[in-house]
Design a protein. Structure first.
Length: 180
């Protein structure tokens, strides 16, 4: 049995796509997933599963949410080792002291033709970023809400992504490890 981390994009944000975490747990358990735990309301879950095909499992979860709740969120699944590698590869280790300014944007796939010049044009003087495999790291000391780079990165990378700040990624990883 494997331990998976699920990152849902666009759940419970701005009053849209409402899915209480208790209902998400029930939904995931109904799909045969075990020891389901969630972290904060924006859609983070960890669970055990015998599934080997991670893409098929993500599609099953997405389809079941659509069937029961009428919307179809982006669902990115990964194993613990993937999140550990993403954290270990952090190109801005000094930024972890302000964990809300460091963002890991997990990508659905490795970008084939990212617009790196476009990313650079949108970068503010204080921002730093780096693309490594399926993670787009963004250090935005002035806040992600003000970042034009953060707002446009997905379009310029050309792949779906969902982001979490360093604090949240750390908490999700700890949750995945604590009872498994």
């Amino acid at each position: 049995m494997k331990i998976y981390i699920a990152l849902f994009r666009g759940i419970n944000v701005g009053g849209n796509n409402i899915l209480p975490m208790k209902e998400l747990v029930t939904l995931l358990e109904s799909l045969g997933l075990q020891q389901v735990k969630t972290y904060i309301q924006s859609g983070n879950a960890v669970f055990r599963s015998t599934a080997d095909n991670i893409l098929r499992l993500a599609d099953t979860i997405r389809s079941e949410i659509k069937r029961r709740h009428g919307f179809e969120p982006c669902v990115l699944l990964m194993e613990i080792t993937e999140m550990e590698k993403a954290m270990a590869a952090n190109p801005f280790p000094e930024a972890v002291t302000e964990p809300n300014t460091l963002h890991l944007n997990f990508l659905s796939s490795i970008p084939v033709n990212p617009d790196l010049k476009g990313l650079e044009k949108l970068r503010s003087e204080n921002e730093r970023y780096e693309l490594k495999d399926k993670v787009f790291y963004l250090h935005a000391p002035d806040g992600i809400g003000r970042s034009k780079l953060g707002a446009n990165a997905e379009k310029l990378l050309g792949v779906l992504m969902t982001g979490r700040n360093w604090r949240t990624v750390s908490k999700i990883l700890a949750l995945a490890k604590e009872n498994f």
